[in-house]
Design a protein around this ligand. Structure first.
Ligand code: SF4
Ligand code: SF4
Length: 470
């Protein structure tokens, strides 16, 4: 084995052969694995339960794509509000970037859906077949009735989990009531009564979940995930990484319990850190793209150190500055405050934009066929269609008025426009101009819309033209 650089943590490239054999990790317990399990099942429960949460009598988080209305805890967004999603995505990406710079791949190890679902699917294998050695033996054993039965049982449970994942995912779009309560009977058999797009979506997400968590597993992290690839350029000497203390551990070698030969380091070559690794790598080979920093090897090695009576931390969370240069990690720096300031500005901007927004939308479209016309009373007429959208959670009645302009008057088809929550209405509107008063050419006009309780008020500008008449 080649020695690492004296002042650098060795970095090894991973073998990208997709045909490599399946990894069967040994499940380990310990401080980090306890945190990991709590974190993973918290996010899993959040994903499964959020669509069932109700707010103001409606699904709290509901991306109703067919009607182009998106509801998030009482706020209604339309497609044109998607810049909020864009700002939110920028904040999420920047937060992930900042967390990666300081805490390394903590997202991969503790919260990534790929990690969570893979962990879950591997637990199914453990439950049906047994621990690591039994699973490896099972893989190598010849095909027989018992093997077929156990494999079929695993695939069936994986399929059920994938189906639950897919229907939950789609319920964020279709709504839980629709996806779980639409049934028909074909013969005597109850069958979901879904439109085609739900069938297709459920099929795609079931297949994707099954393939990712059951088949691809660690290969997703190693070969496909772009985050795993570009995180290495974000790392610096102060980034938290899971690392093996090469100076302390080498030369490695087996020994009798309770002894410590002078010519050996602290690594007893038990291979436990390799056996528990969900991506099947050896952390002692250095920092690798395939390491998702789950710290399973830290817990496994600490357990071994306890058993042989050596200090814990042969594999630990550390930084390159600490491990290789024996200096203190520098987290609080100018760069840290610059990141923090930018993040606070972005979050502040988003919160301000959300709290300042009026949940009432007005859009004015001119009649494109005819800019203006002369009516029987000799008044110049401009026609528009005013689209009103009630983005509140309650029914409201709105009134449209014209800001006072000399010689202009407004004619509406309806004086009051009652709108249900989330409802839109296209209202034909005419503005009349007295040719004796109105200036020839274009006059700016403002239409005001106000709810009956005066709570919501919006205005929109357009123009009144005399073109072709004066
Ligand atoms: S678990 Fe620790 S002692 Fe065992 S092989 Fe890995 S580094 Fe060495
Ligand atoms: S090397 Fe350690 S931290 Fe990295 S993925 Fe494997 S077990 Fe997890």
């Amino acid at each position: 084995m080649s020695a690492p650089q004296p002042n650098k943590i060795p970095v090894q490239q991973i073998d990208l052969d997709a045909t490599k054999h399946r990894v069967h990790p040994r499940f380990v317990t310990g401080f980090y694995q306890n945190i990991r399990v709590i974190s993973m099942y918290f996010f899993l429960a959040l994903f499964l339960l959020l669509p069932w949460l109700r707010y103001d009598g409606r699904q709290a988080i509901w991306f109703d794509v067919p009607s182009q209305h998106y509801y998030i805890f009482g706020m209604t967004f339309l497609t044109q509000d998607f810049y909020f999603i864009a700002i939110f995505a920028i904040i999420a990406a920047f937060t992930l970037f900042m967390v990666t710079v300081y805490a390394g791949r903590v997202w991969c190890g503790y919260a990534c859906p790929q990690t969570i679902w893979t962990h879950l699917y591997q637990h199914v294998e453990k439950w049906v077949i047994g621990d690591r050695n039994k699973r490896i033996k099972f893989d190598k054993s010849p095909m027989g009735p018992q093997k077929i039965f156990k494999r079929a049982l695993i695939y069936f449970i994986w399929f059920i989990f994938s189906l639950i994942t897919a229907t939950t995912f789609v319920s964020y779009v279709s709504g839980t009531e629709f996806i779980y309560q639409s049934w028909q009977t074909i013969g005597f058999i109850p069958f979901p009564d879904w439109p085609t797009w739900i069938w297709v979506s459920v099929f795609i997400f079931t297949f994707a979940t099954y393939a990712n968590a059951g088949y691809m597993r660690e290969q997703m992290c190693i070969q496909i995930c772009p985050y795993g690839r570009f995180q290495s350029v974000m790392f610096d000497k102060d980034t938290l990484i899971v690392s093996y203390d090469y100076d302390r551990g080498e030369p490695r070698g087996p020994r009798k319990k309770g002894t410590h030969p002078d010519d050996l380091g602290d690594c007893i070559e038990c291979q436990m850190c390799v056996q528990v690794c969900p991506t099947g790598i050896d952390i002692r080979d250095g920092l690798q793209v395939a390491c998702i920093q789950c710290a399973a090897c830290v817990d496994a090695c600490n357990e071994i150190m306890d058993k042989v009576g050596y200090p814990r931390g042969l594999i630990r969370y550390t930084t390159e500055r600490q491990l290789a240069e024996k200096e203190d990690t520098k987290v609080i720096s100018k760069r840290f405050f610059a990141y923090l300031a930018l993040l606070l500005v972005l979050c502040g901007g988003l919160i301000f934009a959300l709290t300042d927004r009026v949940p009432l939308e007005i859009d004015i479209r001119r009649d494109r066929n005819q800019l203006s016309s002369l009516n029987q009373q000799g008044m110049i007429e401009n026609s528009y269609v005013v689209k009103l959208t009630n983005k509140t959670q309650d029914e409201h009645t709105y009134k449209i008025t014209l800001a006072p302009e000399d010689g202009l008057s407004l004619q509406l088809r309806f004086n009051d426009v009652p709108l249900a929550p989330g409802e839109s209405f296209d209202m034909p509107v005419s503005i009349y101009g007295d040719p004796e008063v109105v200036e020839p050419g274009q006059t700016p006009v403002t239409l005001n819309v106000e709810s009956e309780d005066g709570k919501y008020k919006v205005s929109k500008d357009n123009i009144f033209t005399t073109q072709g008449q004066l």
